[in-house]
Ligand binder design. Structure first.
Ligand code: SAH
Length: 352
């Protein structure tokens, strides 16, 4: 096995220049051997269980103009929608019947969803389904807002940092957005007590091995409970339309080394990975991922939450996605768990 991978496995950390070296010699690394190792590490913590999260894309209104994103404010071709509180609760109830015990509410940064409105929604879900976890993924908010939502019952928060490199951040975002504020949000979320997910797109325009090394250094220092990574995929109505999509090989490689870096991590095999390759999510699980996020959004709006071109499953019903996922996971020797699927070690009860 590669010396740096051995070192990573033993120390749980590498220096920045070592990350760069490792990334630069990826093509010479035996990935069969690497993935066998990352699966061994993943199975020592989570066994063969794959956790599923029901993804509810509840609004595609967004006040931001991120250059890569299909639902950016400036895209006037995007057909906008918002789900009502009742719609969202219905999705959760349907999902519960299908075995989901975690719901991820994701959306653009939509000012309609004030703290008060989001609190009501979170409270309603927790009241109807007290054995379920609620994950929010609604972008940058104030520390006070995160605190209110946590007190309403949200226990996890996904906020990809997108990149940990300041210059790269500016290439992906308009000047009103800053890496400093993104990082402030992540620190606030952690301090409040959420299980926190950061992450980035693989192969986003301008990304270099140095940028990825900065991402890995950040993950190493921040120690999140979740890391969401998936390939960048261009969207036809953005300035990045002509840019190439991120590679399958690099995404799988990063999943494996991130698993070695933080063995207890919740690591999803993302929809974007399933979009660039028909077996992308299965390959992600086989590289060390342990979470999948089938879509629970009502079928009428799925085709409107288009962050990138070619998104899969936009025509399916929740139950179809759920059972399709089960078949896929079982075919590769894993099993979908009916469980909240918390990060091992996060709650004291995990340690007992
Ligand atoms: N507004 C929320 C949710 C954003 S959508 C937030 O700011 O966190 C979730 C993720 O989709 C983003 O964090 C981004 O990493 C990813 N994404 C957006 N556009 C994409 C694209 N063109 N290709 C691949 N992933 C994309």
């Amino acid at each position: 096995m590669d010396q740096l991978i051995e070192k990573l496995r033993q120390n749980g950390a590498l220096e920045r220049n070592e990350w760069i070296t490792l990334l630069n010699r990826r093509s010479r690394i035996d990935t069969d051997e690497l993935f066998a190792l990352s699966r061994e590490v993943r199975e020592s913590v989570y066994g063969k269980d794959v956790y599923m999260r029901g993804l509810i894309e509840f609004t595609n209104y967004c006040k931001n103009d991120c250059y890569y994103c299909g639902i950016r404010r400036g895209n006037n071709k995007a057909e906008r929608y918002r789900l009502t509180e009742d719609n969202i609760l219905d999705c959760c109830l349907t999902g519960y019947g299908l075995g989901f015990r975690t719901f991820v509410l994701q959306g653009g940064e939509d000012p309609y969803f004030t703290d008060g409105r989001l609190e009501r929604i979170v409270r309603a879900i927790k009241k109807s389904l007290p054995d379920c976890a609620v994950t929010l993924s609604v972008g940058e908010r104030s520390g006070n807002s995160y605190e209110r939502l946590f007190n309403a019952g949200a226990e996890r928060y996904l906020l990809r940092n997108e990149t940990a490199n300041g210059a790269h951040y500016k290439m992906l975002h308009p000047p009103v957005l800053s890496l400093e504020n993104r990082m402030r949000c992540l620190r606030d979320l952690k301090e409040i007590g959420y299980q926190v997910g950061c992450g980035f797109m693989v192969g986003s325009p301008g990304q270099t091995p140095e940028c990825l090394a900065d991402d890995l250094m950040f993950i190493q220092a921040f120690k999140p409970q979740m890391v969401g990574i998936g390939p960048f995929i261009p969207h036809r109505d953005t300035a990045f339309a002509p840019k190439p999509q991120g590679s399958l090989g690099l995404t799988l490689f990063l999943l494996a080394i991130i698993r070695l870096l933080l063995p207890n991590l919740l690591l999803p095999a993302t929809t974007a990975l399933g979009t660039i390759h028909p077996k992308g999510r299965e390959l992600g699980i086989l590289a060390g991922a342990n979470v999948v996020m089938p879509n629970l959004s009502p079928s009428g709006v799925r085709g409107k939450y288009l962050l990138y071109d070619g998104k899969i499953c936009t025509g399916d019903e929740a139950a179809e996605c759920r059972f399709c996922m089960q078949r896929r996971i079982e075919r590769i020797g894993y099993k979908l768990a009916v469980s909240r699927g918390d990060c091992v070690g996060f709650y004291r009860k995990d340690l007992i």
